[in-house]
Design a protein. Structure first.
Length: 433
């Protein structure tokens, strides 16, 4: 479900509670104290998260109702404006008709009522003149009667329009009252939610002050491990460096961790340069000048099969590492972009808009727009089976992409940005690749 107000999400919660800085040498008593404090903090944040999630489930349909009411009010106002214009036009027409009718009546009866017909007889020069004048008088009377009838019809039409306008006004007032009542409920729930969010932010601040560097070290540990592994492939090294650069520029806050990330980036770039040089040397050795002939090292006697095969889904449930890496690379490119409810990229996202955009961009596959769509895409996997690239649902209303090491990259909530966070809760997961 696309979410108008998304639950407040704490970036560093629920990592291993026994973790203490590797460079610290606290006593057993200090370690136990830190563990207790950390566990209590994690419990408080988790409880707050659950409360906010529950409120969002109530707020979403209410917000939709308010928006629906606003649309109906707007349409009713437009109809009222059009009706009012028609009424003004009718009034103007009635005024003109009254003026014409008054003039004609004065002309017809200026000699005193029905005696004007007698004057026609005595003023006629001949019988034909009398008949002509009488015919003109009758036609004038008929015309006057038609004007009167039209005036009455216009008056009736005006009355009907006025009644309709009054009915619409009443309906609008009732709709406004209903909307205000709904808005009142919405605002009350929102204030309650904001209180919970504020409490969570206070807990987050405490958490950041005590555990920020440790959590952020966990976030970049996978990339650093890849860079430190001499057996890492060139593509893996490039991805690790690219992801570290994005994390450093868009998420990391701890000066200690930023320094470590910069050192790892430099080391990774050196490793990439060495790998590329080795690849060029190997290519030169494998392709000596033999008069222009080229040896296909991937060919064999069975008709052109190649040894340079790519990983694939062989039916054993394993994710293609190349595809998963491409998903993560694209996802990391959007670190730091703002969460906007209903946004589908590329400059802003909501949670499901982010995952949908990444998968569509990399694979060309549409996995659905909302969390309710995406939770049915691909196939289900358990938490223990998670692999990079899998969709992870902390609850039914939120989704992110698993990046490994117990973490997801996701668009958390309004006021936040695309970031990497530990999995704080597990509801479901789906494998798309």
């Amino acid at each position: 479900m696309r979410k108008k107000i998304v639950a407040a999400l704490i970036a560093g919660i629920l990592v291993v509670t026994s973790a203490v800085p590797a460079y610290a040498t606290p006593s057993n008593q200090e370690v136990n104290k830190v563990r207790d404090q950390y566990a209590e903090l994690g419990k408080k944040i988790a409880e707050t998260q659950n409360k906010v999630d529950e409120l969002n489930l109530k707020i979403e349909p209410l917000a939709q109702k308010v928006e629906s009411n606003k649309t109906e009010i707007s349409n009713t106002k437009k109809e009222m404006d059009n009706t009012q214009k028609e009424i003004e036009q009718t009034k103007e027409k009635m005024s003109k008709q009254e003026e014409v009718l008054g003039g004609r009546l004065r002309e017809l009866y200026k000699t005193g009522g029905q005696t004007s017909y007698l004057s026609l007889i005595f003023s006629a020069d001949s019988l034909s003149d009398f008949i002509g004048k009488l015919d003109s008088a009758n036609r004038l009377v008929d015309l006057d009667k038609g004007v009167v009838d039209e005036l009455i019809n216009n008056q009736n039409s005006l009355n009907e329009k006025m009644t309709s306008l009054q009915d619409k006004t009443k309906k609008l007032e009732e709709l406004n009252a209903e909307t205000q009542q709904e808005l009142g409920k919405f605002e009350e729930l929102k204030k309650e939610q904001e209180k919970y969010v504020e409490d969570a932010k206070k807990a987050q601040k405490e958490f950041d002050e005590k555990y920020l560097s440790q959590v952020e070290k966990e976030i970049i540990s996978g990339q650093i491990a890849t860079i430190n592994n001499s057996n890492s492939s060139l593509d893996s090294l490039k991805s690790a460096v690219s992801q570290l650069v994005n994390l450093k520029n868009n998420q990391l806050k701890s000066p200690t961790v930023i320094s470590e990330a910069e050192a790892a980036i430099s080391k990774g770039k050196d490793a990439i340069s060495r790998k590329e040089a080795e690849a060029r040397a190997a290519a030169a050795n494998n392709n000596p000048n033999r008069g222009g002939s080229v040896t296909n090292s991937g060919s064999s006697n069975n008709g052109g099969s190649s040894n340079n095969s790519k990983p694939s889904n062989n039916g054993g449930g394993q994710v293609s590492s190349a595809s998963a890496q491409a998903i993560l690379n694209e996802a990391y490119n959007h670190l730091g972009k703002p969460y906007v409810w209903g946004a589908t990229g590329p400059n802003s996202f909501d949670c499901s808009g982010f995952t949908s955009y990444v998968y569509s961009k990399v694979t060309g596959r549409y996995i659905g727009r909302t969390t309710y769509d995406q939770i049915g895409a691909g196939r289900a996997v358990s938490r223990s089976e998670l692999q990079p690239g899998d969709l992870v649902f902390p609850h039914a209303g939120h989704v992110g992409i698993y990046v490994g090491n117990g973490q997801i990259i996701h668009a958390p909530r309004t006021g936040d940005v695309v970031k990497v966070s530990p999995i704080w809760s597990f509801y479901a997961a789906r494998r798309i690749l």
